[in-house]
Design a protein around this ligand. Structure first.
Ligand code: FAD
Ligand code: PYC
Length: 413
């Protein structure tokens, strides 16, 4: 990317880049149909084309590309999970993210900030130490730090003792990063389109046609499309689409809200997360504070914003950064989080032979976009689920073999 940027800077002209070819007719058949044009669907298409030479691929989205949770997330990327399976999986993603702007020739504004998960209770300190040890054992940079070091990394954080939940320690994860979420989807889509992959927006999949336990076509609002294989990557609609394919998922769909403040001068370098206060914040490149909390207290298919969320979150933010009292909230929104019982995703095989699942991304799937896309593409191309995805198989729920990430998934669910 730096070379591309320098070349661009010295150009005499700055022509607008057309990333996606114009919309085309939907063919009546493709080797692979990907349902869902979020970051995950676009990434899978990109890796199918670039790593496996599979280009007869259509990505179908009921709305616009990257308009689902990809557009709504707070863009935190990290690998400081709790289980070895989780740490290995997300660490591969962080590695891919670091090189992604160069690989896609598309600036995703990857910004390594360091990630601090605050511990306000003895049991939280224990969990942070546990995570730090598992992380280090697997080669992921994480350590437990205390007041002096926290103050050095984030001098504006209130570390006094006379508050409701004093900060006792923090899990410090230097590779923690943010990126431009839209650019991740657009960059993957543009890269895939250059290899001939088709993207069909405003094309809702309304049914899955099966014969003898195999999927043979998808029904869409623009007609029926035959297909060799299907990847389902619809995030907050996973249960609805899986039901069309004839199986049930152990998922509850719950809104997750977030908001941004007016732009402020840069004062916050690291990403700050507090599970006890149900609040997290980072400062974007344009100075806005990107803030969020835990999921809403009830399942719902809806993306409305609520005053409750904003009031609660702001009270907690002020406990961490009391000087923000006069700062205005600029925008608020929600996405639909597909929550699994163990706070880990579900990827790979389904009860339908050639129908592959990329689901259960709850509040944690943006960071997994590269690894999931790459490994799902490998699965479809080879017909074999790679080892790194095996722990996340759908059958783990009936085998009592869950990948428990509740303590590391996000801000305390
Ligand atoms: P999406 O981007 O939602 O794409 C799915 C697409 O499927 C959508 O575009 C939708 O239109 C389409 N679709 C649905 N049904 C159909 C149909 N029947 N036919 C055709 N198309 C269909 N994760 C992190 O790692 N870090 C974070 O900081 C983070 N913060 C978050 C904050 C919020 C407020 C929210 C809501 C989520 C957050 N997440 C975060 C989670 C993350 O956003 C998601 O897990 C991730 O974006 C999922 O990507 P996706 O491509 O699978 O889904
Ligand atoms: O997965 O780190 C995360 C996250 C933060 C906020 C929502 N998800």
């Amino acid at each position: 990317m730096p070379f591309g940027l320098i070349k661009y800077g010295f150009n005499k002209e700055y022509p607008a880049r057309v990333d996606l070819p114009p919309a085309c007719d939907l063919k009546d058949s493709y080797d692979v149909v990907i349902v869902g044009g979020g970051g995950h669907g676009c990434a899978a298409a990109y890796y199918l084309a670039t790593e496996h030479g599979i280009t007869d691929v259509a990505v179908l989205d009921k709305g616009y590309l990257g308009g689902g949770n990809t557009a709504r997330n707070t863009a935190i990327i990290r690998a400081n999970y709790l289980t070895p399976d989780g740490v290995n999986f997300y660490a591969e993603s962080v590695g891919l993210y670091k090189e992604l702007s160069n690989a896609l020739d598309y600036n995703i504004m990857y910004s390594e900030r360091g990630h601090l998960t605050l511990a306000h209770t003895d049991s939280a300190v224990r969990t942070m130490r546990w995570r730090a040890e598992v992380n280090k054992h697997l080669g992921v940079e994480s350590e437990l730090i205390f007041a002096d070091e926290i103050a050095r990394l984030c001098p504006t954080l209130d570390l006094s003792d006379d508050v409701r939940f004093p900060v006792l320690a923090a899990l410090y994860h230097p590779p923690g990063s943010i990126a431009r979420h839209d650019a991740v989807a657009w960059g993957y889509a543009a890269g895939a389109a250059r290899h001939g992959v088709e993207f069909h927006q405003k094309t809702e999949v309304t049914g899955i046609v099966k014969e003898a336990g195999r999927v043979v076509a998808v029904e869409t609002e623009r007609g029926t499309v035959k297909c060799g294989q299907v990847i389902q990557a619809v995030a907050g609609s996973s249960s609805l689409v899986a039901r069309m394919a004839g199986f049930k998922l152990p998922i509850r769909t719950i809104p997750l809200q977030a908001c941004v403040s007016q732009p402020l001068k840069p004062f916050l370098d690291p990403i700050i997360v507090s599970g006890s206060l149900h609040a997290y914040v980072s400062q974007s490149a344009r100075g806005e504070l990107v803030m969020g909390g835990s999921t809403d207290p009830y399942p719902l298919y809806g993306t409305r914003s609520s005053l409750d969320f904003k009031e609660g979150l702001m009270a907690h933010m002020l406990e961490l950064f009391p000087f923000l009292g006069e700062v205005k909230v600029l925008r608020q929104w929600a996405g639909m989080a597909d929550m699994t019982p163990d706070f880990s995703p579900v990827m790979g095989e389904t009860p339908v032979e050639n129908y592959w699942l990329d689901a259960g991304w709850g509040t944690w799937g943006f960071k997994a976009t590269p690894v999931c896309g790459k490994r799902m593409a490998e699965t479809v191309a080879t017909g074999r689920v790679p080892d790194i995805l095996q722990p996340f198989r759908l059958s783990r729920f009936e085998e009592f073999d869950q990948v428990g990430e509740k303590g590391a998934a996000s801000v305390g669910h």
